[in-house]
Design a binder for this molecule. Structure first.
Ligand code: SF4
Length: 501
């Protein structure tokens, strides 16, 4: 259900339009220009010292209603940054309490990496007793009270944040490297990644030349600064979509430039099982790959066809079996709850089939309708309506995710990384589950944002945390293949500048 409003007016010196928009979206408000249930919604925020006052005027059918709420920042909050939280909290409570709207699982917690908040609190001493013991209940209570998060989600966040601590504390000189290969065999309905359908051989060859240059420059920087590579992640796209010769060349270049004694993990995404061949498996073994991702998303053929994949359910089983027979690596797998046409029983069957394949790591994603995806474009162009995709509703999606959590825990998996995105079905989270000792180190480092990550390839991000200044310096390679190849020198220079500070 969505609540329609005709106009949204924001007032005040700083109108907080982004945070107001975040709250309205999470409560499924839709701003429209025609006849609607609510005629107008006006928000005014005032800041007095550590207090934020939010006033709300709602006009419905010619009658105006006024509401007001105050909140005060905590003593240990950096006030400048936390005003946004109080504006969100006031507005959320005003809307939910006065308009009988349903609470959402994560309340006003809208960021991509919510576990970082808990890890920061711990670094600053909150949630740690005078004997150095971590007080989980206190942390969970604060998450609930500050961000209006439901109890089970607050406990999940606390569990994941604490579990990541030993991995995140990896030391100053250890870094991770990302290699972005922007090709796939076809484009999935929901994909918002900068992935290209595999081009002609000459374009791939040109990309490989550029990538090699990019990787060599990154390796040069690693040597210059005395960094030690802890993890390497080859993602995309689907790196294994590369033809055999290019795949081998790419992994050889990665190995030659980044692989050293300190490497604890080398992951290659082979998301589509029909891109995995005996030859590629052998290449991965030769170049020290330790983790491989096979990401079917569903084990239902009709859904695979609908979302634009060309492989079969049997391909998934074959890929798992071939990989298992060939090496002692970890196999990651991704599933999605909320896919078109799927209901609880379908997801249950998918999970059962996947667990029979004995993956080491299962990430449960919630479908997100993101900008740049075919799904979003078709909805925006009004070629289709949401109903045409027969998506399960929020309650059904939550039921699927809750079921996955119960079954995975029963199989001795535990949640070890978590992130959120905009426009997620069920307004839940994406969670990575694994058995003890099978954590993907890169997955934790990328979420923790405490380690330097050097990005190479298309759409790669370089992130250099400056702990003293409490900020992260960033550089981004182009998302577009042509721009990346044309401007590679500029991206290398920018990355160097970000590393040097
Ligand atoms: S496999 Fe992944 S990267 Fe490729 S089109 Fe599908 S969602 Fe996008």
């Amino acid at each position: 259900m969505s609540v329609k409003i005709k106009a949204l007016n924001l007032r005040g010196k700083n109108d907080f339009s982004k945070v107001v928009g975040d709250v309205l979206r999470s409560l499924k408000f839709e701003i429209v220009k025609t006849n609607a249930d609510f005629d107008e919604l006006e928000v005014f925020n005032e800041i007095i010292g550590k207090k934020v006052i939010t006033r709300l005027k709602v006009a419905v059918g010619g009658v105006e209603y006024f509401f007001k709420k105050n909140s005060i920042a905590r003593a240990d909050e950096r006030f400048g940054a936390e005003v946004n939280r109080l504006v969100k909290k006031n507005l959320y409570l005003l809307l939910v309490n006065n308009f009988a709207l349903d609470d959402v699982p994560y309340g006003i917690l809208h960021g991509v990496r919510p576990t970082k908040i808990i890890q920061r609190w711990l670094r600053e001493g909150f949630g740690v007793t005078s004997h150095g013991v971590i007080d989980r209940d206190r942390i969970s209570r604060r998450i609930r009270s500050d961000f209006l998060v439901e109890l089970d989600k607050a406990e999940l966040l606390t569990e994941v944040a604490l579990r990541q601590l030993p991995i995140i504390r990896s030391g100053e000189k250890k870094i991770s490297v990302y290699v972005g290969i922007p090709f796939c065999k076809t484009r999935c309905l929901y994909c918002s990644f900068p992935s290209n359908v595999l081009p002609e051989e000459n374009v791939i060859a040109e990309f490989m030349t550029t990538l090699t240059r990019d990787i060599e420059a990154a390796a040069d920087a690693i040597n210059r600064y005395g960094f030690e590579v802890q993890t390497i992640y080859v993602g995309g796209g689907t790196p294994s979509a590369l033809p055999e010769n290019f795949f081998a060349e790419m992994l050889e270049t990665v190995h030659k430039n980044f692989y050293g004694a300190g490497v604890e993990e080398l992951t290659v995404e082979c998301g589509r099982p029909d891109t995995i061949s005996a030859e590629k498996i052998s290449v991965m073994k030769n170049f020290g790959v330790t983790r491989v991702s096979v990401n079917p998303q569903t084990m239902h053929q009709r859904t695979l066809d609908l979302i634009g994949r060309q492989h079969t359910v049997e391909d998934v089983t074959r890929a798992f079996n071939d990989l298992r027979a060939a090496g002692d690596w970890k196999i990651n797998t991704d599933l999605i709850v909320g896919l078109p046409g799927e209901r609880f029983a379908d997801f249950k069957e998918t999970l059962e089939k996947i667990l029979e394949l004995k993956p080491d790591d299962v990430t449960i994603h919630s479908l997100a309708i993101k900008r740049g995806s075919k799904l979003q474009t078709r909805l925006a162009d009004e070629l289709n309506k949401l109903e045409d995709f027969d998506l399960p509703d929020d309650d059904e999606v939550r039921k699927m995710a809750d079921y996955a959590a119960k079954i995975l825990r029963g199989e001795n998996f535990y949640p070890y990384y978590l992130y959120r995105q905009g426009y997620m079905s069920g307004q839940i989270e994406n969670v990575g589950w694994c058995r003890k000792g099978s954590e993907g180190i890169y997955n934790v480092q990328i979420m923790g944002e405490r380690q330097i990550i050097l990005g190479t390839g298309v759409a790669a991000s370089t992130k250099v945390p400056d702990h003293a200044a409490k900020k992260i310096r960033t550089a981004f390679n182009a998302k577009d293949l042509k721009t990346y190849m044309r401007d590679i020198d500029r991206y290398i220079t920018r990355r160097d500048l970000v590393i040097s500070g």
